[in-house]
Design a protein around this ligand. Structure first.
Ligand SMILES: Nc1nc2c(c(=O)[nH]1)N[C@@H](CN(C=O)c1ccc(C(=O)N[C@@H](CCC(=O)O)C(=O)O)cc1)CN2
Ligand SMILES: NCC(=O)N[C@@H]1O[C@H](COP(=O)([O-])[O-])[C@@H](O)[C@H]1O
Length: 223
C-alpha cells in the first residue's frame, strides 16, 4: 500500500492509545501514519513519545485564548495544516467546538472507556464501578456536537471483577480499548466506513479474532 492515511491524534495524558496506533503504523500494510499529535496541556507523555520519533506536535491550551471559540478555531487551523484523513481523540479531555467539527465532518473519532451510552464524560470506569456493573468496556465513536453521543463504530467488553479498584478496572479496559482502536482504525483507513442514521458501519470487519461474527464487539480478553 503506497498511500497511507494521515492520522492526527488528540491527547491529554500519557498516550498509551497513541503509542498503540504509532506501533501499528510501523507496518506499511496497516495503511496509516500519525502525522500530528495535539495536546490541550503541557507535560503530556504522549507528546514526548511523538517527539522522540519526529512526529509533529502542538500544545493548544484553552487558557491561552480569550474565548473558548478562539481556541477551537486555532485547533481547527492547526489540525488543518496537517491535512489529516482522520482525527483520533484518544484521552483528549476537551469538548470540540463547531469550528473543529466543521473542518472534519464525520472524520473525528473518539475512544471512550465505557460502554456508551452508559457513563459518558471523563470518569467512565469510576462511574461504572460505583454503579456496580458486571461488564464494562470501551466505545469508539464518531464525534458530534454532543458529549459522547455520536454513532458507535465499535465496542469491546471486559468483566468487572470483585475487588476491582478504579485503577485495576481502567487498566483492564485499556488493554481491550487499545486493541479495538488499532483494529478499527486500520479497518477504517483500508476499507472505509459508512453512516446510516444512528449506525456507523465498517466496510470490512476489524481483524480481531475475538470479535463476534467478525464484528468488533464482544472481545473479552482472558485475565
Ligand atoms: N464535541 C465533542 N467533543 C469531544 C467529545 C464528544 O463526544 N463531542 N468526546 C471527548 C472525549 N470525552 C469523552 O470521551 C470527553 C472529554 C472532555 C469532557 C469535558 O467535560 N471536558 C471539559 C474540561 C474537562 C477538563 O479539562 O478536565 C471541557 O471540555 O470543558 C467530556 C467528555 C473529546 N471531545
Ligand atoms: N472521555 C475521555 C476519556 O476519559 N478518555 C479516556 O482516556 C484514556 C486515555 O488513555 P491514554 O492516554 O493512555 O491513551 C482512555 O482510556 C480513554 O478512554
Amino acid at each position: 500500500m503506497t498511500n497511507r492515511a494521515r492520522l492526527a491524534v488528540l491527547i491529554s495524558g500519557g498516550g498509551s492509545n497513541l503509542a498503540a496506533l504509532m506501533e501499528a503504523c510501523e507496518d506499511p500494510a496497516y495503511g496509516a501514519n500519525v502525522v500530528l499529535v495535539v495536546a490541550d496541556r503541557d507535560g503530556c507523555g504522549g507528546v514526548e513519545i511523538a517527539k522522540d520519533v519526529g512526529i509533529d506536535t502542538a500544545v493548544l491550551k484553552v487558557s491561552d485564548y480569550a474565548e473558548r471559540n478562539e481556541w477551537d478555531r486555532a485547533l481547527a487551523a492547526r489540525l488543518s495544516e496537517a491535512q489529516p484523513d482522520l482525527v483520533v481523540s484518544a484521552g483528549f479531555l476537551k469538548m470540540l467546538g463547531s469550528a473543529t467539527l466543521a473542518a472534519f465532518p464525520g472524520r473525528i473519532i473518539n475512544t471512550h472507556n465505557s460502554l456508551l451510552p452508559a457513563f459518558p464524560g471523563i470518569h467512565g470506569p469510576a462511574d461504572a464501578l460505583a454503579y456496580g456493573v458486571k461488564i464494562a468496556g470501551a466505545t469508539l465513536f464518531i464525534v458530534d456536537d454532543g458529549m459522547d453521543t455520536g454513532q458507535i463504530l465499535a465496542q469491546c467488553a471486559v468483566p468487572v471483577l470483585d475487588g476491582d479498584t478504579e485503577e485495576t478496572l481502567l487498566e483492564r479496559i485499556k488493554v481491550a480499548e487499545r486493541a479495538q482502536l488499532v483494529q478499527t482504525v486500520g479497518a477504517m483507513v483500508r476499507d472505509g466506513w459508512r453512516i446510516s442514521g444512528r449506525r456507523a458501519i465498517l466496510n470490512s470487519p476489524a481483524d480481531d479474532p475475538g470479535t463476534l461474527n467478525g464484528q468488533p464487539g464482544l472481545s473479552i480478553p482472558v485475565e
